[in-house]
Design a protein around this ligand. Sequence first.
Ligand code: SF4
Length: 581
Amino acid sequence: MHDDIIFLHPPSIFDFRERPILWGPMNDLVPSKSVFEMYPIGFVSLASALEENGFNVRIVNIALRMLQDSSFSPREYLSKMNAKAFAIDLHWLPHVHGAVELARTCKEVHPDVPVITGGLSASYYHEEILRDLDSFDFVLRGDSVEFPLVDLMKSLTGGGEYEAVSNLSYRRGGEVVVNELSAVPGDIDSFSLDYDLVYRNVLKYKNLDILPFYEFLSRPIMAVLTRKGCDNNCAGCGGSSFSYSTICNRNRVGLRSPDRVVEDILKVQEYRSPAFIIGDLGSPDEEYGREILSSLADKNISIPIIFEFFNPPTPDFLQAIGDAVDDFSVEMSPESGVEEIRNKTGRKYSNHELEEAIAGGLEAGSNQFDLYFMIGLRDQDRDSVRTTIDYASSLLEEYPDGYLMPFISPYSPFLDPGSLGFEYPELYGYEKYAETLTDHYNLLANGVTWKDFLSYRTNRLSKSDIVDLSYSAGIEFARMKKRAGIISDRKLKEIEDKIHVSREMISLAEKGGDGGTEQLKASLNELDDRLTIDRGELDWANAFSPRRLAAVLSKGAKIYGKTIKDSKFYSRVTSLLHLFS
Ligand code: SF4
C-alpha cells in the first residue's frame, strides 16, 4: 500500500534492547514505559489535517513495536514501506537518541524519501539539526504545524516552493533557510482531534502499530487538549510561557473553545476510556472552566475524568466539577512540601491553600487526589526533601483511605531546552552538563545509568545526591503507602528489593565493573515495571470493563460499517453489543 506520509514515533534510546540501561524512576509517573513509547497527541491532529486534505496518512509507533517484539527490526519494517515522506517527532528531548537513529535508518533504507521532524525540541534545535544531521531534511517549528505540514506535503508532492511554507526550516545549497514562524493560531479550534483515526488505521492496516502506548488496551487513557502554551513559568519546563514565546513565537495561550472541549470529551466517552484534561480549567480564569462544566452537566458523562490544576482550585470550583461529572480525580504538582522552595519553582501557593483544595476535592466527590513532588529543585537539599516526606506522610495520615495519592520523582533526565532554568541556569539554581542537541544525544548514547543521563545538577544537589535522594524518598513514600494500606507488604518488599538492586547496579557501573548479564537483567526488569511505585497507583479506572469492551467493539463496527458502506452491519453489531453495556 502506498502512503503519502508515515508518522514514526521513536523510542527514547534506539538500541535499548541491545545494551544494559538502568532507567531508574525516570518514567515512574507516566503511562509510558521507560522508552517513552507514548507518541504526542499532535500526531492525531496533524494526521487529521492531512487526511482532510486528501493525503493518505499512517501512524506507526516504532517504539511500541520494539517493546512488543524483541525480534522486530525497524530497518526491515521500514524497507517494506512505501511513502512520499516520513515524519519523526522530536517533542521532548529524551527522544533525541531514538529520533536521530530512526531518521538515519529511514535515510539508509529510503535515501530519496524526505524526513521531516517537529516538536518543541526540534524547534529549539532546528538550525543544529539541519546543519549537522543529514538524515533530517525539514524541521517544522512551533506548536501548531497542522497547516504548514499540509502546505509542505503539497510542495513535496506537487512541486511547490518551500519558501511559501510557514514555520519551515530546510536546506538550500548547503545553507539552512529559516522561514518565518507565522503560523501561530490564536485559538486551537481550527483543527480536529479525530480519535477515530486511530481505529481507522487499525482496520486499514490490520495491525495495532498505531496504539498510543504499551498498556493502552488494558489501561486506556485518552487526552483532551484544552490549550497550547501555558501561563506559568516553572523553571525547568520547556512548555512554559517563556519557552513558548521564545521557541514557538506564542505570546499568549491558544485555547480550545469550551464547545470543542466538550465535543472532544464526548468523543472519548464513545470509547468509554478515562479522559485526561490537559490544562488547568481554572486558567486563565474560572469562567472558561465553568462554561465547560455547565455544558457537561446535562451530557450524562460517566467516564472517569482526570483534571490537572496548576493552582489549587477553590472548593466551589471543585463542587462545580462534582456537579458536572460522576467520576473524577484531581492532580496537582506542589513539587515540594516547603513553601519557599515551591514558590521558587514558580508555584506561588501555600500548604494551607493546597490542603483546602484537597479537602474541597473530597467534599465534591473526587475519587482520588494525586500530589506530585519532585527532586532536583533549586535550593532543595536533604533537609527540605525530608520535610517534604514528612509533609506527604502527614497528609496521608489525614486521608488514609486511598483518596490522597502522593508521589515523588526526580526531575529527569534533562533540563528542558528553552526553559528559564536552561537559559539562565545560575539564576535558577542549575548547572548544565549538556548544551547542544548532540550533547544530549551523547548522554543517552554513552551512558549506562539514569545518573549518567542527567543533564544537570542543582545549586545544592550533585547528580549523586539526586540519585540517592530519589531512591531513599521512593522507599519512604512506599512505606507510608504501606502504612496507609495503599500497597501490600509484598509490594513494599518488591519496591525495596528493586531499589536495592538498582542502587547496586549504579554502583557497579560507576566502578567500571562488567556487570554483564546481571546489569542486563536489572535493565529488563526496570523496563518492565515501575521502580518506586505500584503501577496500579496510576490507574484512574478499572483495568478491564465489559462496558468499555462493548463500546470499543461497537465503535469499531461503526467505523468498519462506514468503510464497507454497510450501515446495517453497524446496527446489527451494536444491537448485539448493547446487551453488554
Ligand atoms: S510545568 Fe509549569 S510551566 Fe510547564 S506546562 Fe506545567 S504549569 Fe506550565
